[in-house]
Structure formats: C-alpha cells, structure tokens
Design a protein around this ligand. Structure first.
Ligand SMILES: NC(=O)c1ccc[n+]([C@@H]2O[C@H](COP(=O)([O-])OP(=O)(O)OC[C@H]3O[C@@H](n4cnc5c(N)ncnc54)[C@H](OP(=O)(O)O)[C@@H]3O)[C@@H](O)[C@H]2O)c1
Length: 386
C-alpha cells in the first residue's frame, strides 16, 4: 500500500466535499521500542484518528541516531525501514528549517528517545510553533528554570506540550493531578511505587531469583531504561518524582531529592557496576531473607511532602498496598487538603512499550486536536466521539 493510500481519509470522510486539514508528525526514536510500537498504532488506527480529530495526520519525518526519513507526501509508519537512509549532519537542520517557515503545516514533534540532547531542543521547537508530545522525562526533570521555560514557551506560542507517559507509562497520573490543581485543591503529599523496572526486580528478588538474573529478565522484557544503571542508581525514578512533584505544585530542584540507590555498586561504580553483580546477588539474598523472617517486604518509594522529596529503599509490612503490588505495576497515593483521610490511589502497569505507545498516541490525538483548533479555528476542536 502506498503512503497516500494508507494515510488517505476513511471512506466516510473521503466522501466529504473538502479534504481534511493536514497535521504533520515528526517521530524521533523511530526504531526504539516505544517508537516502533507507536508506528504500528499510527498505521492501524489512521482511520479512527481521522474520525476522532477530523484531521489528516501524516508522518512527515522520522529519525533516530542512525537513520533519517523525510517525505512531503507522508511516510508509511509501519514500513519505515525501507525509507530510512543513513543520517547526515545536515538532515536535521534542513528538516527544522522546513518546519519553521511561515505558514508551515501545523506539526507535532514526538520524542520517543531518552536523550538529553533532544530534550535540550524543546524550548526552541516550542518557540518556533511546533507542538511536542514526549515519552522522554528528561526535559521536565532538568532544573526548575528550564521546566518553567518549557511552559512559558508553549503558552507564548499557543502550542501543546504533552508528557503523560513520562510517569506511570499509560496510567493517567499527571492529568488527574492537573485536575486537582484546577479545582484549587492543594496536594499535601505523594507516595508512589513508580518504577516499573525496580518493582519488577523486587518482585523477582522476593520470589527467590538472584539479582543478576532478575536484572537480565527485566532487560529482556524491555522494562529497564536503555542504560539499566540509570534504573539501579534510581536516576530514572528521581526524574519521575521530579515530574510528578512539580506537576503537583512542589517547586523542587533535582539536587533537593534525597536518593537511596537500588544498587550501591551502580551508584558507587557507574562504569563498572556489572563487574560487581555477585556482590549485589549476595547483598540482596541476605536482605530478602531477613525481611521475610520479619513479615516485611522491600519497596522503593518515591515521595514528596512538606518536609521534602526522597527516593527511599526500605521495608514495609507485607500487608501494605505497596508490598502486595504485582510485578511491573505502579501505585501512587495522593493526599490533598480535602482528601486526607481517604487519599486518592491510582495504579496500573508502569512500563512496557505497547502500553506506553498507546499512552503516547492518546497524547498525540489530544495535542493534534488542540493544535488544529488553534491553527484552523475552534470548529476543529472536535474529537468527534460520534
Ligand atoms: N519502554 C518502556 O516501557 C517505557 C515506558 C515509559 C516511558 N518510556 C520512555 O520512552 C523513551 C523511549 O524508550 P524505549 O524503551 O523505546 O528506548 P529504546 O528502545 O532504547 O529506543 C530509544 C530510541 O531513541 C533513539 N535515540 C536515542 N538518542 C537519540 C538522539 N540523540 N537522536 C535521535 N534518536 C535518538 C534511539 O536511536 P538509535 O537506535 O539510533 O540509538 C532509539 O530509536 C524513554 O525516554 C523511556 O524512558 C519507556
């Protein structure tokens, strides 16, 4: 099937006299786990998305560190391999100059990398009128000044900036937090088991699997970051806590989070922690045996309250809701001024490329509708749930 055929409006929509307005997508991290799952979803759900948004969404460009593809007519999302060419230094400059020209088609950049270099570019992209949807939490976890700049630029350019999947993958967490703040309800504290990879590791450790085998399993299932040392130093979890806490109204700098790493070797020897897996195996076997004897369970909790923010590796009674979570699940407890005695609990799968891609697609549809409403007029804000 050609790109034009694949991306053509659904028959019912095609029957209309006027073609659907176009909205372009640029996908970064196109062959990664989340990027690949997202491409499949874009291909499968094109007609549904057209019906929901009233828009002709086209994949204008896609790239990763190695390859680059750009087609004004639109790329075939599920057959990108055929279109990707080795990436040249000048490719990105040419693409972003094209996107920045006056009266350019409204465009969303979708970041499915874990790249700091890509996150650094968000302020410029937002300022040039591009909307951003991201699964990459790095931008929101940088210093507070950068975090505020992102919001200011998005607001000044009237473009969407969406990042729901950066915490809790597809669990709606950031949306409900924003709703609480719209109601004027102050969040008093948040506690969460938020790392899909670390809660999976703990579940396997409590099941008697060695630390090194549990880590291999987590990697094989795609639960860890591209560099699993980041999970083990709790860097990724710290970033999630920063994103969540800031969205809840806590103004935190990264260095204000007190962090206990999951693996002391990974924290103390970042470049050679794999050589010390046998030590971690023994440490964890002893920890688990002691906890079991005391009817306790190890958890790694990210929390923020009036006293500060911390990522804490500790034991809790084995009946605690945080202790009884199935592998790979996330759970968050949110206490507000109104919901003190009966806090809000939100939970679900906290990792996995498919559910993350589904969450990214939801952000893309929402952001596309918002961007189109701003560029083509309010009548386009229809998410036509007919
Ligand atoms: N996997 C999950 O379950 C999950 C859940 C929630 C959130 N996320 C987030 O989603 C993002 C992607 O995760 P993933 O599991 O899909 O990672 P992944 O499989 O390692 O894919 C990363 C992709 O990013 C590309 N990339 C890296 N640096 C780049 C750069 N500077 N410029 C262009 N492309 C670059 C890589 O390209 P090359 O191959 O060419 O290096 C690769 O295509 C991460 O931020 C992660 O935290 C993932």
């Amino acid at each position: 099937m050609t790109a034009a055929a694949l991306l053509a409006p659904a028959p019912a929509l095609a029957a209309r006299a006027t073609p659907l307005p176009r909205l372009d997508l640029v996908l970064i991290g196109a062959r990664g786990q989340v990027g690949s799952a997202l491409r499949q979803r874009l291909a499968r759900q094109h007609a549904r998305i057209a019906a929901l948004t009233g828009l002709d969404l086209r994949l204008l460009a896609a790239f990763d560190r190695r390859g680059f593809a750009f087609d004004l007519a639109g790329l075939e999302p599920e057959r990108l391999g055929d279109a990707l060419q080795p990436r040249r230094d000048e490719d990105l400059q040419a693409l972003f100059s094209h996107l920045a020209r006056p009266n350019a088609t409204p465009t969303l950049v979708i970041d499915c990398t874990a790249s700091e270099e890509i996150a650094e570019r968000y302020p410029d992209w937002l300022a040039s009128g591009l909307g951003i949807v991201t699964a990459n939490k790095r931008a929101n976890a940088r210093d507070l000044a950068f975090y505020r700049t992102l919001r200011e630029r998005a607001s000044a350019s009237a473009v969407p900036y969406r990042f729901e999947t950066t915490v809790g993958a597809a669990i709606p967490l950031l949306g409900p937090l924003r709703d609480l703040s719209l109601r004027g309800e102050r969040v008093v504290s948040i506690q969460g088991v938020l790392s899909g990879s670390l809660s999976f590791l703990l579940e396997r450790l409590h099941a008697g699997v060695s630390f090194s085998d549990a880590l291999s399993e987590a990697q094989a299932l795609g639960y860890t970051e591209p560099d699993p040392g980041e999970d083990l130093r709790a860097e990724d979890l710290t970033r999630k806590l920063l994103v969540l806490a800031r969205e809840a109204g806590f103004d935190l700098e990264p260095q204000q989070v007190d962090v206990t790493p999951f693996s002391e070797s990974a924290a103390a020897h970042p470049s050679s922690w794999r050589d010390r897996l046998a030590i971690e195996d023994a440490t964890w076997a002893a920890r688990i045996a002691t906890a079991k004897a005391q009817r306790q369970r190890w958890v790694i909790v990210a929390e923020v309250d009036r006293d500060g923010a911390r990522v804490a590796l500790r034991t809790v009674p084995d009946t605690s809701p945080f202790a009884t979570l199935p592998a790979g699940q996330n759970l968050v407890r949110i206490e507000t001024e109104l919901q003190g005695e009966r806090p809000l609990w939100l939970g679900g799968p906290g990792a996995g490329p498919e559910i993350t891609a589904a969450g990214v697609l939801s952000d893309v549809i929402d952001a596309a509708a918002e961007l189109a409403a701003r560029r083509y007029g309010e009548s386009r804000r229809r998410i036509a749930l007919a």
